[in-house]
Design a binder for this molecule. Structure first.
Ligand code: HEC
Ligand code: HEC
Length: 479
């Protein structure tokens, strides 16, 4: 029993070594605690901070991000906080008593005990130390050229207020400060450093939280470099693509069940619009776009609206968010279980799809080109397309049978028509241009040319493989 109790937490930690890819900043970063550059918008947030020694009180989330260029490492923290306070204004003063963020950074993973610290309170006072084998100076350290700004930068003090809701810290650390330890300066893409990001202090609800967990059994201290997470310098600039690739869909299926149980008093079933609240899965522009923003809205509610906060466990909220993202995402964004290669064989073979559909210049003309279908449609839409039936023929694909004065019968779909002429793409993959005078009869059919019921015509595995193959058809690179 005792052994079991001990093993469980150890196993949990063993499963989640944290790692973060630092993307390059796509444009210049102005250190102003606003985080409005594209780099910050698109940089993926780190995984959620862990409350290693939590006893009681609200666990307020932190969204941390990193970027780099040849000059600087950029770090940002967006701290949800209902009680923001800071008093220390003296350089290298004890800022961690105040609401404070920290980064401890080790540029050489082979000698992780050599690390540098940056601690900044909510009014912008900083404390630095250089805990390296070569440092012989005083207990504090003066890094060169660091720029930092906080939401309450430069105030003589920050007292708690009922308006408090979040504060931001943005900083640029010149990489040359780490030249002594780093393998390359500037780092090469693929270089690995180790670091931890933390948050602590404040008068009310002073929680300790860290990006990389500090497992039970180790010293209860941020100064445990053996627990630092891993970061890798990535050559790719932060972009829409990197942002999409970083979204988590873990637990989406369970999230759907929890959502349908807990939220459909107001919102609609499966993410549709409800009587008292908007659709959460519609193709519209949402004001809250990141997973952290959704977390905040669901946990705390949206002030001044009918959207209440929810006391449900954090893990459940995260699963709901995964579900909401999965129904908003286009197919290419979602991870798939099917085998893409096998799906390609179904597409070109048993499914007979390539007879009517073109992909990258290969295949038939009757149906729409599917080269980019994974980026244009959501997974559910692809599934429905294969199962059918579609209620109304899609514009440009109205099936028709024509008889001409010359005695020909042409079966195909109407591409264009007006009072004088018709353009019909025939089952022979040829475009037929006819004047109305030449046509003796035109029979419009109700059944769309795209066959339905592939969920029955194919085995379950073939169907999933085919879906996986379709979902990866995208002009941009799949994740
Ligand atoms: C009492 C009714 C009610 C309940 C229950 C409710 N919501 Fe809402 N929700 C609303 C309303 C109203 C809005 C629109 C707020 C606005 O105008 O911005 C909203 C907005 C939202 C938004 C923001 C949409 C956006 O812009 O991105 C999310 C996300 C959301 N709700 C999720 C949930 C989840 C998840 C649950 C269940 C845990 C839930 N809601 C339960 C009423 C409700
Ligand atoms: C006889 C010709 C034909 C065959 C065979 C056929 N399709 Fe289609 N397909 C069409 C046509 C025409 C449309 C457009 C009209 C519609 O959606 O009904 C279409 C629509 C689609 C769509 C929806 C496209 C969109 O823009 O939303 C998908 C996805 C699709 N087909 C996939 C397939 C797959 C996969 C197969 C093989 C299992 C297949 N089709 C077999 C003719 C065909």
């Amino acid at each position: 029993m005792r052994l079991f109790a001990l093993l469980v937490p150890l196993l949990c930690f063993a499963q989640r070594p944290v790692e973060y890819r630092i993307h390059r900043a796509p444009s210049a970063i102005k250190v102003d605690a606003r985080l409005d550059e594209p780099g910050w918008r698109f940089a993926p947030p780190t995984s959620e901070f862990i409350f290693n020694w939590h006893e009681s009180g609200e666990k307020e989330p932190t969204e941390a991000k990193l970027l780099w260029d040849d000059e600087n490492l950029y770090v940002s923290w967006r701290c949800s906080d209902k009680h923001i306070s800071a008093l220390e204004t003296k350089r290298h003063g004890p800022v961690s008593k105040d609401d404070c963020v920290e980064i401890f950074l080790s540029p050489n993973p082979a000698a992780v005990k050599n690390y540098y610290t940056f601690e900044i309170n909510a009014i912008g006072t900083m404390l630095n130390r250089c805990r390296t084998s070569w440092w012989t100076g005083p207990p504090t350290w003066e890094p060169e050229g660091v720029e930092h700004r906080t939401t309450f930068h430069g105030l003589a003090r920050k007292d708690e207020s009922s308006e408090d809701h979040e504060w931001i810290v943005e900083m640029a650390i010149p990489l040359k400060n780490f030249a002594r330890n780093a393998a390359h300066m500037p780092p090469l893409p693929g270089d690995e450093w180790r670091l931890n990001l933390m948050r602590t202090g404040g008068k009310t609800n002073a929680q300790h939280s860290t990006w990389s967990p500090i497992p039970p059994g180790s010293q209860k201290s941020f100064h445990t470099p053996e627990n630092f997470g891993k970061v890798v310098f990535d050559a790719e600039p932060a972009s829409r693509r990197t942002a999409r690739a970083a979204v988590s869909y873990e637990g989406a299926a369970e999230g759907k069940t929890i959502y349908n149980r807990s939220c459909t008093m107001c919102h609609g079933l499966d993410g549709a619009a409800g009587d008292r609240a908007p659709a959460l899965g519609a193709q519209r522009r949402y004001t809250r776009r990141t997973q952290a923003e959704l977390f905040d809205a669901i946990r705390n509610g949206i002030k001044g609206t009918g959207m209440p906060g929810s006391p449900m466990p954090e893990a459940d909220i995260r699963k709901i968010i995964a579900f909401l993202f999965s129904i908003r995402a286009t197919a290419v964004d979602l991870p798939v279980t099917g085998d893409v290669e096998a799906g390609s064989k179904v597409f070109h073979g048993k499914g007979g799809c390539s007879g009517c559909h073109m992909i990258r210049g290969q295949g038939g003309l009757l149906g729409p080109d599917l080269t980019n279908i994974g980026a244009e449609r959501r997974m559910e839409e692809l599934r429905h397309a294969l199962i059918g039936p579609r209620p109304v023929p899609v514009r440009g694909f109205q099936p028709v049978t024509l008889r001409t004065k010359a005695g020909a019968v042409i079966r195909g779909v109407v591409k264009n028509e007006n009072n004088f002429s018709m353009q019909v793409l025939g089952r022979d993959n040829k475009l037929h241009l006819l004047l109305r005078d030449e046509v003796t009869s035109a029979t419009y059919e109700k059944d769309p040319p795209m066959p339905a019921g592939f969920d029955r015509k194919l085995t379950a595995a073939e169907f999933e493989d085919l879906l996986a193959f379709l979902s990866r058809q995208s002009r941009r690179k799949a994740q």
